[in-house]
Design a protein around this ligand. Structure first.
Ligand code: GDP
Length: 453
């Protein structure tokens, strides 16, 4: 029999209420030992008090709820005790549940039980962590779609097509002489190509999906005093970074998360990249090189009122082969730098003239960021998106096996060969939803969870 587990389900700290959650067949009996109040009814919040049944001491005034299996988060009997949201009360109540037969839950164990008991597939369970960790509306929405089972359903439907192919293969391998639907290499190839197209289409969403989940990493670079902090502020629409006229004062990198046209963006304003003897500034410069390397997109700010110098040249040469938007700033002042000159040197970049001081051109930067991420399309509600590296890598491997099967088909190889690859693809896709995942994979997924979830 499964052990009954308990944990504090709310964040630790001071809050209006805190919740201790218990799951397993002993949940109700644990509660009954420590709760005095009205009779508990299934899924009805009930007022009462928690007493220490060893000392008789009053612990807290609470509301308790009992959710009878299978209609609960884990599909087991679940009890939740809402107490005052301070650490003392929560710890005391948790410790009482443990002394009355429950065991401390591992991180993610409630959700793991929901998965093992079949209420959630593995991709849905992973969506629970993404929901909790979401930093923007967009990443929350994508995770919610995944929790609703959209990704799982798509994977199941691709697997159903593969299963059809597998059944046909097996029948033709086992009964080659019977007059069952004859599998010609041509229609085998058609079927595989269809699956290939669907898998490719899904995998193509992974880049955008990652950005929606983690945020687009944007580094603002440029030499001192060109307007980087001003740009950051304009994008944040609030004054967090200190704007000054002394070069090199933005000594460290500043990171801010914003939502730009529904795209979650992590903005880093970097210290001016230039030679310096100042230690602290050097550290800042090292960090800015780091954020420059890690960035998905670079916003390179140039002061258009000053002629380009060696520092600009250095940045320009480092930007070849990078995704960059050049912000040609201070267009309100007499210009010494021309868009055409930059375009010649950075032909792949997008150049936007701005006067951050006069609030000109900032909308164009936002528009360009949106275009880069969504390819000009707004995310369709209901469209499935791959947000996890685990899923993307499994899809890639499955695609490899489908390609192997396709080339064996083209070469009219024995059906047994082809069956091995098709079966492999089927298994790999199954790992996404947890149907064929090993216990190591499952443990790894749930290790990312927090306590009480
Ligand atoms: P950073 O060192 O690159 O972060 O540059 P700051 O954002 O601190 O800006 C340096 C100076 O340039 C400040 O005095 C800003 O007010 C000024 N500045 C920023 N953008 C513009 C602009 O578009 N036009 C003009 N005239 N001044 C600007």
């Amino acid at each position: 029999m499964e052990e009954t587990i308990a944990a504090i389900a709310t964040a630790l700290g001071e809050g209006g209420i805190g919740i201790v959650r218990i799951s397993g067949s002993q949940s109700l009996s644990v509660l009954n030992k420590i709760f005095r109040g009205r009779d508990l009814q299934d899924r009805m919040l009930t007022y009462g008090h928690i007493y220490d049944n060893f000392t008789g001491e009053l612990v807290d005034e609470v509301m308790a709820v009992y959710m009878k299996a299978p209609h609960s988060y884990t599909t087991e009997d679940v009890v939740e005790i809402q107490c005052h949201g301070g650490i003392v009360s929560l710890r005391k109540i948790l410790s009482l549940t443990l002394r009355n037969g429950a065991r401390m839950a591992d991180p993610g164990e409630f959700t793991k039980r929901a998965f093992l008991n079949g209420r959630l597939d593995l991709s849905q369970a992973e969506a629970v962590i993404d929901l909790i960790q979401a930093k923007s509306d967009a990443s929350f929405d994508v995770a919610l779609d995944q929790l609703e089972g959209k990704l799982g359903n798509t994977i199941r439907s691709i697997r159903a097509e593969l299963l059809d192919i597998l059944v046909n293969l097996t029948v033709n391998i086992d009964y080659p002489d019977e007059d069952i639907e004859e599998m010609t290499y041509a229609n085998l190839s058609d079927g595989l190509k269809k699956v290939r197209a669907r898998t490719t289409q899904l995998l193509a969403t992974a880049d955008t999906g990652r950005i929606f989940r983690e945020g687009l990493r944007v580094a603002i670079i440029g030499k001192p005093n060109v307007g980087k902090s001003s740009l950051l502020n304009a994008l944040l629409q609030q004054s967090r970074a200190i704007v000054t006229e002394i070069p090199g004062t933005t000594r460290d990198t500043i990171e801010e998360t914003v939502t730009i046209r529904n795209v979650p963006v992590i903005l880093t304003d970097t210290a001016g990249i230039r030679d310096t003897d100042d230690r602290i500034e050097q550290i800042g410069i090292m960090r800015s090189m780091e954020s420059f390397q890690k960035a998905d997109l670079v916003l390179f700010v140039i002061d258009g009122s000053r002629a380009l110098d060696d520092s600009d040249d250095e940045i320009i040469s480092s930007l070849e082969n990078r995704k960059a938007i050049v912000v040609l700033n201070k267009s309100d002042l007499p210009q010494k730098v021309w868009k055409e000159d930059i375009a010649k040197r950075l032909p792949q970049s997008h150049i936007i003239e701005t006067s951050i001081k006069e609030e000109q051109g900032i909308g164009k930067i936002e528009e360009e960021i949106e275009k880069m991420v969504c390819g000009g399309q707004v995310r369709q509600k209901n469209s499935v998106m791959i947000t996890s590296i685990r899923h993307a890598s499994l899809l890639e491997q499955a695609l490899g096996s489908i390609d192997d099967a396709l080339s064996s088909t083209a070469g009219c190889q024995p059906l047994e060969f082809i069956e091995i690859d098709v079966n492999h693809a089927y298994e790999l896709l199954g790992e996404i939803i947890g149907e064929t995942a090993s216990s190591d994979v499952i443990d790894e997924v749930f290790a990312r969870f927090c306590l009480g979830k």
